[in-house]
Design a protein around this ligand. Structure first.
Ligand code: CDP
Ligand code: MG
Length: 782
């Protein structure tokens, strides 16, 4: 049992907590016995040394009770969580293993409790910090607030959080820090070995977000240089064994450390058994024509027929969710009987802290809470009181196919692939879903888009599980049983394998990892996507011909925590003399949406937007909105009157401030093309043209032209002749200029361009002569 002996040596390490210095494996059992208070069932801990995989499994069945005398109600709540019974087992494993993998049902207390246990055991002493990463920003804020509340401290002090553009920590006092995995990767640029952290808990690892996968690869590298660092990987469901194989450190790497500081190189796996109740599953008999309407009807019917208990509805994104909230709230006015007592609340990232508070607050007496959420409530957040789940069967996911469909050999391959996909899609549609809300084919080439996608069986099970938290519950699936059994994919695809890798490549390059294809990935990204990312970065002037970061542009872009295309746009704006305006645009593009959703009220929405609309497009419109907001004295009333989201506008001001500080730090000039008349270029060009040229400097690859005989606003991308349309939320919707550049694509039944500006095609060649050529009569990619 070599692994156990290795663990045994850890007991004399002085830098680490000693309260669990166990002398041998048997003592582990005794220790558990001490932990289980008199009267409680003695735990049976089993240790299995798996020769084949070299993995240590630990399973300690929970006991039935725990004492709670003299404790506050929050303290009692903490002790009732399933993870509490594993507290000492977790601390023991963390002390003795470089990596510990903890699998436990959602709501068992992994995220909120484990960082506190670590702090209590001394891992946050001597200036060290315990970090816990999450893939989602909203989850970071929410769990940090909860932990601060449980510890009775103010958020931003002992317990803090950092998400992009928001740092609620105090370096001299924060000891538990929640952050997104993306932010932690960024911290490595200043501190490559993450030296201030004693333990890093990578939470929600099953989500396999792009940043989580990158982080895991990077942490594995750091672990070799820092044997004293402890890594915890935790999640609701996880392929624990493959994760463990990935993290098996080579013993000789760890032996670089002092002899008494060697943790076991074998990862330990701990499974926390939850106490979920049974959930009755209901399917629709026939495919529903529109999942949004079906979700609303199901909520009303639960309210009519089922006893008390909150309802959690899974839809896909802000648009869907706002629409459903509106329908259910409207119904309250039309038919009070059916919706009486319903408290309908949305839940998606980008929600203000106040609105988040409402979702997590206890349901008022006599009310039934209906939370309409993205898949954030699938595992990242636990809502108490949910007894009914309504599952649309969809979520919004990123999709990217690096392969451009061209008139060479690829064309045929692409065509065949699309044909098959279309067939499959048609089948799905007939089986389950409406035309209005189904995804596109998800295979749009060389363009990343957000696609409404069928979820996996693993997700469907997680969603159902949310109904069994406080008592037996019910899950209403808005798809047929046949679809679930025969067609729903078993697992989702890791984001790494369906994403544009541009940001990922630039970050790894900035961290000095040159051989990106040879990087130690948990699952290798598609080589085509990697090559495509290198090409894009080269075309943006961020990488040179040897695939190294260019100086200064490449290094500067890597410093800006935004998509490299936006960063390039900002840097170009500094040369064009319009950085003041462009950072406002960049700030607006980095918040979810500044408009209050006007689903079902397109006419009113259009009228309101006319106050601000600029013929040049959305980006310039945002400048008008921002000016109006400043002129109003940043008034919430003004926002309300103009259908603008006040919280989002405040965030824009904040992000803009941070960007201007960042540019100053990079030594770049902040200039306005409107006010700064000395910008020499202004003598020849109008400010609105300058602004659009700066935007094109970053987004030239996203150009599209209107199809000549199109009467329905059909555009084709210049890069790969994909069919796209202007999104109805754009000020250029129905205006249809001949040439446009867009910021992002979103796909439902069609591919829609969001945030669009009208351009002159000659600007594309001016901005990227290496990318475009004039091929009479049209423009074509080189
Ligand atoms: O991470 P895991 O899903 O295992 O559980 P958790 O997020 O640590 O949640 C443990 C408990 O804390 C649950 O009962 C949650 O309802 C509660 N919690 C809360 O009340 N408010 C939050 N913002 C987060 C968690
Ligand atoms: Mg959690």
């Amino acid at each position: 049992m070599t692994s156990l002996l290795a663990g045994n040596r850890a007991q004399s390490v002085s830098a680490r907590p000693k309260n669990l210095s166990l002398s041998n494996v048997l003592a582990y059992g005794e220790h558990m016995a001490r932990f289980w208070r008199p009267g409680s069932e003695r735990p049976r801990a089993t240790l299995v040394d798996d020769e084949e995989g070299g993995v240590l499994f630990v399973s300690a069945p929970p006991s039935s009770s725990s004492s709670g005398f003299g404790h506050s109600s929050l303290e009692r709540q903490r002790q009732r969580l399933p993870v509490f019974k594993y507290r000492d087992a977790i601390l023991y494993l963390v002390e003795n293993h470089a990596t510990t993998i903890i699998v436990g049902e959602t709501g068992s207390g992994k995220t909120t409790q484990i960082p506190q246990y670590l702090k209590e055991a001394g891992w946050a002493e001597g200036g060290r910090v315990v970090a816990c990463t999450q893939p989602r920003r909203l989850a970071v804020q929410s769990v940090a607030s909860r932990v601060a509340e449980e510890m009775g401290v103010k958020i931003g002090e002992e317990v803090g959080y950092t998400i992009r553009f928001e740092d609620q920590t105090n370096p001299s006092v924060t000891v538990i820090k929640f952050l997104t995995d993306g932010v932690l990767i960024r911290e490595m640029m200043d501190d490559p070995l993450l030296t201030k952290y004693s333990v890093i808990m990578v939470d929600e690892a099953h989500e396999r977000s792009l940043s989580t996968d990158m982080l895991l690869g990077l942490l594995k590298k750091i672990q070799r240089r820092r044997p004293e660092l402890r890594i915890i990987i935790s999640s609701a469901t996880i392929e624990a064994k493959s994760m463990s194989t990935f993290f098996q450190a080579r013993k000789k790497d760890l032996l670089h450390a002092a002899e008494d500081c060697v943790p076991s190189h074998l990862p330990a796996i701990l499974s926390v058994e939850g106490k979920g109740y049974t959930v009755e599953i209901h399917y629709v008999e026939e495919p529903v024509p529109d999942y949004l309407q079906a979700a609303v009807h199901t909520v009303l019917s639960i309210n009519d027929k089922e006893p008390a208990g909150d309802i959690l509805v899974f839809l896909t994104g802000q648009d869907d969710i706002d629409a459903a909230v509106k329908l259910l709230r409207e119904d309250t006015q039309d038919d009070r009987r059916r919706t009486s007592g319903l408290l309908v609340l949305p839940l998606y990232s980008g929600l203000s802290r106040d609105d988040q508070g409402l979702v997590f607050a206890p349901t008022p007496k006599g009310k039934r809470k209906v939370v309409i959420s993205t898949n954030i409530a699938e595992t990242s957040l636990t809502l108490e009181g949910v007894v009914y789940v309504v599952d649309s069967g969809f979520s919004k996911q990123r999709f990217y196919n690096p392969m451009a469909i061209e008139e060479d050999g690829f064309g045929e391959r692409g065509g065949r692939r699309r044909g098959k996909e279309e067939e499959k899609e048609e089948k799905r549609r007939n089986h389950t879903y409406s035309q209005q809300h189904t995804m596109g084919d998800g295979e749009i080439s060389d363009i990343e888009s957000l696609v409404v996608t069928p979820i996996s069986k693993a997700s469907a099970r997680q969603r159902a599980g949310r109904a069994g938290r406080i008592r037996p519950g019910k899950c209403f699936r808005l798809y047929t049983e046949e679809y679930f059994l025969k067609e729903m994919p078993t697992e989702g695809i890791p984001e790494m394998q369906r994403s544009n890798l541009v940001s990922c490549v630039i970050q790894l390059k900035a961290l000095g990892i040159d051989n990106i294809l040879g990087f130690d990935w948990l699952a290798s990204p598609p080589p085509e996507a990697m090559v495509r990312a290198l090409e894009v970065l080269y075309s943006l002037g961020i990488l040179d011909e040897d695939a190294k970061l260019t100086s200064p542009i490449g290094y500067q872009v890597a410093e800006i925590p935004l998509d490299p295309m936006i960063s390039k746009m900002i840097l170009s704006a500094c040369n064009f003399g319009c950085s003041e305006e462009i950072i406002t645009i960049a700030a607006v593009l980095s918040v979810q949406s500044i408009w209050v959703s006007m689903w079902g009220a397109q006419k009113e929405f259009d009228e309101v937007k006319l106050h601000f609309a600029a013929a040049e497009g959305d980006h310039i419109t945002y400048l008008n909105v921002y000016k109006g907001f400043l002129n109003s004295g940043k008034s919430s009333q003004w926002c309300y009157k103009n259908y603008l989201n006040y919280q989002a506008m405040k965030k824009v001001v904040d992000v803009r401030d941070q960007l201007s500080r960042l540019l100053r730090r990079l030594g770049l000039a902040l200039k306005s093309c409107e006010k700064d008349t000395q910008a020499f270029i202004l003598l020849f060009t109008c400010p609105l043209t300058i602004l659009r040229k700066a935007i094109i400097a970053g987004f030239f690859a996203n150009s599209c032209h209107l199809e000549e005989y199109s009467h329905n606003g059909l555009y084709k991308t210049v890069r790969s002749s994909e069919e796209v349309y202007i999104h109805p939320s754009s000020v250029l919707f129905r205006v249809n200029p001949k040439w446009v550049v867009y910021h992002s694509l979103v796909s439902t039944n069609k591919h829609y361009m969001r945030n669009v500006i009208a351009i002159d095609p000659s600007w594309l060649i001016e901005a990227a002569p290496h990318f475009y050529q004039l091929r009479a009569p049209n423009l074509a990619p080189c």
